[in-house]
Design a protein around this ligand. Structure first.
Ligand SMILES: Cc1cc2nc3c(=O)[nH]c(=O)nc-3n(C[C@H](O)[C@H](O)[C@H](O)COP(=O)(O)OP(=O)(O)OC[C@H]3O[C@@H](n4cnc5c(N)ncnc54)[C@H](O)[C@@H]3O)c2cc1C
Length: 420
């Protein structure tokens, strides 16, 4: 096993085994992996020995042996880089129609992981009106302390009051990190808060980690048209801010017995006339299919972009209790609307079952679906990168394979042996 001067284990590629799926390059928090002639290559000078590449590699082509970690209390954790007095990983808990947004709980789960590495606590920032129950839920999902601003002026999301409330919480509580879900409101709020606090913000991150030596947040996201993954950090300003889309991280277990502190803060509205809501347009998305909510997705790619095949895909979706989604070329062809697109510029999804039909597995597609529990790929090209991430692969023409697949599923379901 290769080691660097400080005897940190470095990952090593076994070139013969590498299938060029690029998942390692995508997950590497420091951009130490590049693709050379379709094979991953690790830069030993840049590798920090985190082992994430080995964890994600579907064909075990990366050698890496993890050292037993010391418990957080015994570990030497660095001091905040140049910004003393800040402590804790905070999550803005978005409240939608009286419920905590699922992405906020996913971020609380990730915050626990980050806080564990830093030896610090997870803080929930709950802002809204009549949000007492949500504060309790934030504890149940993993916050150690919840800071609440509850005021009638905060009953509906508006940039200025929410921006003021959340930035005031940051000024009082001084978290090192602030994570916000990349929802419609979250995207708006994060920009407002970062501007007020004059700190950095990395939007739409697909990976978060800690540089334990420097104690800084490593924020990874696709860049340059999605062709490379960049790891961005904010050394001199606090909090380090990041937005993350729904379904990038897993929902943590809820433990209603979990205890913690709830701290209430008064709301100081921004100067000037309070904004008034003239009209609220509710649920314009009502007619739109939200592919992130379905347990099964039947995903048509360019190789299956054929109007005549759609009824067949819908039938398969019906059998599996799911819905039809697609890759970008299918949207570009006009066959399916944009809201069905999976990937970097579409939706991030994590269904129980993902059936990719005629999808090659480009990195911009993979970043939006690699959190799926089970991936089935049907593709006529045995070299298609999608097979590198699939749990089950079927090589063949989908027009032959899919009808057989449906018949087999229906037969099993009739005999009572089926199930997603
Ligand atoms: C900035 C940027 C953002 C992007 N964002 C996204 C995004 O959000 N989502 C996204 O999907 N893409 C995105 N892309 C595009 C991405 O790079 C790929 O071009 C795209 O994902 C390819 O889609 P595909 O796999 O459907 O098509 P292709 O790559 O053309 O693959 C088609 C596959 O179908 C197979 N096939 C052909 N015929 C059959 C058959 N009869 N039976 C079975 N298999 C068959 C082929 O073997 C092939 O593997 C983005 C690109 C850029 C530059």
């Amino acid at each position: 096993m290769a080691t660097d001067k400080k005897r940190v284990e470095l990952a090593e590629i076994i070139p013969d085994k590498c299938i060029g799926c690029q998942l390692c390059a995508g997950i590497c928090p420091v951009g130490a992996i590049e693709m050379v002639d379709g094979v991953a290559r690790i830069d030993p000078a840049a590798c920090i020995g985190c082992g994430k590449c080995a964890d994600v590699c579907p064909v075990e082509s990366i050698k890496f042996e993890r050292k037993k970690r010391k418990p957080a209390g015994e570990r030497k954790v660095g001091k905040p880089a140049g910004v003393p007095g800040y402590e804790g990983v905070a999550v803005f808990v978005e409240v939608l129609e009286g419920q905590g947004a699922s992405v906020s709980w996913e971020l609380v789960g990730k915050a626990r992981d980050l806080a564990g590495k830093m030896g610090t606590t997870v803080l929930g920032f709950v802002v809204g009106h009549e949000v007492e129950e949500i504060a309790g839920e934030a504890l149940a999902y993993g916050c150690d302390d919840v800071h609440v601003i509850d005021d009638p002026l905060l009953g509906t999301y508006l940039s200025r009051p929410y921006g003021k409330a959340v930035s005031d919480l940051c000024t009082t509580v001084k978290p090192e990190i602030l994570l916000i879900g990349a929802t419609l409101a979250g995207r708006d709020l994060s920009g407002v808060v970062a501007t007020i606090l004059e700190t950095g913000l990395t939007a739409d991150c697909t990976g978060l980690d800690i540089d334990e030596e420097k104690r800084i947040l490593l924020m990874t996201r696709p860049t340059f048209g999605g062709n490379i993954m960049a790891t961005i950090f904010c050394e001199r300003h606090r909090p380090q801010m990041s937005t993350v889309r729904p379904k990038v991280f897993r929902l943590p277990e809820k433990d209603v017995e979990r205890k913690g502190g709830i701290h209430r803060h008064a709301f100081e509205p921004p100067a000037g006339e309070p904004p008034s809501v003239i009209e609220r347009v509710r649920d314009v998305a009502g007619a739109v299919v939200d592919i992130t909510r379905f347990p099964a997705l039947i995903v048509a790619g360019k190789g299956a972009c054929d109007a005549e095949s759609m009824p067949m895909f819908q039938r398969l979706a019906g059998v599996l209790g799911g819905v039809v989604a697609c890759s970008r070329p299918v949207v570009e062809s006009g066959l399916l609307p944009y809201e069905r697109q999976v990937g970097q510029t579409g939706k991030t999804v994590a269904p129980k079952l993902y059936v990719a039909i005629g999808v090659s597995g480009a990195v911009q597609h993979l970043v939006g679906m690699q959190g799926s529990e089970r991936i089935v790929a049907i593709n006529s090209d045995p070299q298609a990168p999608i097979f590198g991430v699939a749990d089950f692969g079927i090589i063949g023409d989908y027009k032959i394979v899919v009808p057989l697949f449906i018949d087999e599923l229906e037969r099993k379901m009739k005999s009572g042996a089926g199930g997603t």
